[in-house]
Structure formats: structure tokens, C-alpha cells
Ligand binder design. Sequence first.
Ligand code: DLL
Length: 440
Amino acid sequence: MKKHPPTSFHPVSAPDFLPLAQLKSLQLQRLQGMVQRAFDNVPLFQQRMRERGLTPADVRRMDDITQLPFTVKTDLRDTYPFGLFASPMKDIVRLHASTGTTGKPIVVAYTKADIAVWENVIMRSFAACGLHAGDIIQNAYGYGLFTGGLGAHYGGEALGATVIPISGGNTQRQLMVMKDFGSTAICCTPSYFLHIIEQAPELGVNLKELPLRAGVFGAEPWTETMRQRIEAESGLKAYDIYGLSEIIGPGVAMECQCQAGPHIFEDWFYPEIIDLKTGRPLPDGEEGELVLTTLGKEAMPMIRYRTRDITTLTSEPCECGRTLRRIKRIGRRSDDMFIIRGVNVYPSQIETALLKVEGTLPHYQIILTREKGLDEVEVLVEVTREVFGDTVGALEQLERRLSQSIETLTGLRVNLRLVQPQTIQRSEGKAKRVLDQRKM
Ligand code: DLL
């Protein structure tokens, strides 16, 4: 294994260590400004506040946030494209958009000050995992309307690191650049890095011999076992970065070198956890939906945005000394659960079950079909080249072990099919795990 430097401190990280009383008073001051701004400039927000008999003056303490109305994804769609903007276009210097699978994209906007906040949280994200000036960051998040590429880019430069804006895809070139330019860090989705790992030997690259020491992985759910697999096979340390376009993009939360769950940059993004059904706030330590409020966004303030991401917030101290609370890695969204024959299943549970068994990569895809009114679930799993060369008996045995593992974890009997390496389509960005053919 490669040597990793001890936990380092970078001055840009100072706000990560604010004494709690100071952090809380900063949050309140910023929240009050934000609510006023949204009230004055966003008709939908003002209308919802009035319906509740509220004015910005009613936000006196941080707890008052629970009285404020939620914002949901459909609000962005219904006011497409610019209806939630709180700044005139002359002050907006950047637009990004997230497409999603159905309907219109959602559009998000940034003023110069918003871009500065974004740069700040990305610098703090990189610093948190031990990167600094002198590091060479290969940024393989997609550049364009997706927030990943440009988001990570400017924070990397501001930190003084060398950023390679390679964007996603072209794995052969990724590996060549990684080797020839001596990249010390890579930013991409964990599923795409898995693909890089798999291609490396074929292109004569031994990742463990390269200077690469940190992976900044996010934009999609991944599991702890996936982290272990990635680290064992590449020799780098894999860190979880979380974010979403509606709030800013990547950099809402990031793991420190303790790798114990992402710290939320709470001085800019205020987190709450709510009960999925009732919408009531839950105490730290309980699982629910993450709700985020931007505390400094000018162009598009988001008040109590329901992310649909399921997690737990913890205020337990982290060994790194940061006072920022952490979230548990986000393994699922409230809207990616599928129900098969009455059993609720999340793709992350299938991933965990597959990873318990050796011999898979694990590239997998879940296909849902309906035959004569009965739901069926088929799980395609790619096996390694070595395993695929095994006897039919050995493959059947592996198939049985995998479906048993899924059944034990989810209670669901699935049709499991082992497929040859390279059969499941690779994504340069977010992996598409579930193909629901029932709706078609
Ligand atoms: O994915 C921003 C991003 C870019 C984050 C690069 C990290 C790295 P969206 O396209 O708007 O923005 O998708 C946001 O992706 O609500 C989560 O469901 C999921 N997601 C993002 N990061 C993680 C993560 C970007 N670390 C949606 N773990 C979010 C699990 C994640 N899910």
C-alpha cells in the first residue's frame, strides 16, 4: 500500500473548526438575510410565507426554521426556467442545469458571490482530504451543464493545485494522462473509477505504482464495501463528496481523512433531517430525508429544500476536530426505492449483497419487468474474466451464492444472471442501476 500523509491542516479550512456558539450565530445571521432575500424577490416563497401568516421577522432563532415552508423539486420544474431566481439576470454570471430522466431540466443560477462560496467549499473539500498546492487533480467529472466538472475545477485552482480538466470518458486517455502527468488525485463518479480500474491492466497500467493517492468520488450512491474494493484495487484513498445542483453542486459535504462520513459545510448549508411521511424534524442520529437551506445563495436561495436523499445526521465529534456535523454516506434516495411483490428494495442493498461475494466486479444492473401482472426482478451481474473462464458448475454455484446473498439481505428472490465482462453499459458519469420496464 502507498503511504498517505498524516492529517494536514490548511488555513482555508478554518471555518470547519468554528466553536459551535460562533457557528450558530453565523448561521442565524445568514438565515435571516436569506429569508428576507427570498421573501423580497421570489413570489412563490412570499406567497407561501403569507399563507402561513409569516414574515421574515418571525425568524428569531435557528429553530424557527421549522416553521418555514419546504421547497421541492417540482417547484423548480413548475417555475422553469428562471422563476425561483432572486437576482436580475445582469447579476447572474453562470447557469447550470440538471436533466434528470423525465420532463424539463431544472435550472440553477449563480452570482459572482455564489461562485466565490462554491470555490470556497470546494477548496475546503479538497483540503479536508489532504490535497493542497502541488497536487495534480485529474478532474474527470463531466464539464458542461452538469455541476461536477466546473464546480470541482475552480476550487482546485483556487487551492493552488494543478487541475487537469479532462472531463468524463475516454478511459484510455484518462489512464495515459494519469500516468504521464503524474496525477495525484482523481475526481469522478465511483462507478466510473471502477471502470478505470478494470481497464488499467488491459492498457498496461498498474494503478498501485502511480502517484495517485486520493479519489474524490460522488454524484451517485456507493457503499462502504465499494470503497474497500476501490482502495484495495487501486491503492488510493477513496473519499465521499456530496452535493446537488439545487443547493450549489458538489461541495455541500465532504469527508475528511478519517473517512467517517461527509461533514456538511454548515456555515453555508443548513441541514435538517425530517420524517419522510410527516415532514416533522427528527433529532440527530435518526434516519430520514435530508433537507437543506442555503445560507448565502444570492441568485437562487433555497429554503428547506427536500433533497429526497436518505441519511442520518450526527453531531458526534470526529477525530479530525471539525465542529461541522456529518451525514452518513447516502446510500439511497426516497425515490429510487422499488417495490417488488410488496418488498421494498433499494439498489444499494443489492450492491451490498453482491459485494459480499467474491468474483464480481461489481458492475450490475437491475431490470424490473411485469409478466401477466406479476412483477419480476432480474439482476445482471458481470463477473471477472478469471471467473468467467471457470467451469459451468463453478459459475452456477456463484450464481446461487449471489442470489442467496440478495435474498438474505432483502428477502427477495431474484432471477440472477451472470454476464460476460464488458456486457453492462458503462457510464462516464452517474451509473444507471435500475431499468424499470414495467412503466413502458
Ligand atoms: O451530482 C453534484 C455532484 C457532482 C456531487 C460531483 C458530487 C460530485 P446533481 O446532478 O444535481 O448534482 O445530483 C444530485 O446526486 O441529490 C444525490 O441523490 C446524488 N449524490 C450526489 N453526491 C452523492 C454522494 C451532483 N456522495 C444527487 N453519495 C443528490 C450519494 C450522491 N449520492
